[in-house]
Design a binder for this molecule. Sequence first.
Ligand code: BES
Ligand code: ZN
Ligand code: ZN
Length: 505
Amino acid sequence: MEVKATVGDIIRLPADAILVGIFEGEAPQGIVAEIDQALDRTISNLIADGEIKGKLYETTIIHTMGKIEPKRVAILGLGQREQFSMERIRRAVGEACRRLKKIGVQRIASIPFGVEEGKIEPQKSAQAIVEGCILGTYTFLYHKTKPPEEKEISELVVVSKEEGLLSFLEEGCALGKIMAEATNLARDMVNQPANIMTPTRLAEEAKKVAEEGGLEIKILDKEDIAKLGMGAFLAVAQGSYTPPKFIIMEYKGGKPGEPPLGLVGKGITFDTGGISLKPAEGMWEMKGDMAGVAAIIAAMKAIAQLKPKINVSAFLPATENMPGGSAFKPGDVLQALNKKTIEVISTDAEGRLILADAFCYAKTIPVSCLVDLSTLTGACHIALGDYYSGAFSNNPELLEKVIKAGKEAGERHWAMPMDEDFKDELKSEIADIKNVGGRWGGAITAALFLAEFVGDTPWVHLDIAGTARSEKERGYIVKGATGFGVRTLINLVLSLAEEMRGGER
Ligand code: BES
Ligand code: ZN
Ligand code: ZN
């Protein structure tokens, strides 16, 4: 999709469809009133008839029959004026563009929503439009052998009459495109089945990103992992014929020697549960148990494009979790890189095992702080539902920054408790710690297990088990992988870089 901003009159653009908005319960204003006039008051009439209400997600498509240059006008419900936001633009545009794509529209132009009303900055509006369109029209057709009926949207133009806005709109379009395409890259990796998206393939994807973006990359194999002493990671990998990989990506935009921000992801390319085998129903979804790693590889791609002045390193353990003759077993005792011993109660609590070693490794670099993205517990999905990731941290300031970065992106993270009281659950009779607590608060005990390996490095753990996949199509979310977390990480890195370099020229 080609994305651009232009100065001009949207009424005179040869587009297949133009996007305009109506706030709930309001009459057409500004540019929308002009279009309404040109269309013999069709929009006002539809409002009077109650067909257009302006509710969020409502899209009304009107054919212009030659009265203006664009073939169609799509009137997007923007919801209540007071609640208007970047996120509402993304959702409304996502929903509308998906509908337009279904009816064969290829060239779309949009006004920058909310700018005329002074509700939102022009670059933010353009960014949200581009994100909504690219994310909302995403499809995963890799394995379809017949050509798709729906054509791709070829062009999205954000148009304003005000010349002074152009550079802001261009800036927003460029950022939105990078953010959305990175998110879709993560979605692609997560949607791929486990016979294709193996640890080796994940490493190849990371390598491609690194080569294109000028990042440094190291890919450690099973021998390296064993030699380093990553006993917990190795144990998870040992039941599988498919070899594990430990992927390390480095972006160097900051000063040489400045400790990087460390990103860690859970990269289980398929989670059968191991010997603590999962039930058959829904097991296929566990091909997405590498969504954390996918999000980080994708975010690294965007970071390489945006070039913020900060160092960022990614530490990505990738393996299958399989039952087999050589698989690790409940009751086994493992030794992590930092020498701590772990009693395995369930081989299905494997994510925390590979993360433990990844944290230990990252700490040897060392890193300034750590953020991990992990589809860690079903308990987190149960606790918070489909729309919030669980955010666990040993550092309130960093937690606040992560939550804020998410808010910008429309990705919601909910701060969860991790008091010491819960830690009793992880006491082992024979080792330093066990890998599973009791029945209650499973997301919390999982986070407390991780904390043992993070130590005092400032850290935020995002449990994305509930948010990495969607069963529904809504706004810019489509069925399947969501790419959740990619845009939070990009925003976080941009804001940390700005903060660090605040005083410099
Ligand atoms: N990969 C799962 C968590 C998960 C569940 C992710 C559903 C996405 C959707 C994880 O490895 C797991 O199996 N966790 C167990 C932990 C338990 C054994 C303590 C769980 O949540 O049941
Ligand atoms: Zn598991
Ligand atoms: Zn898992």
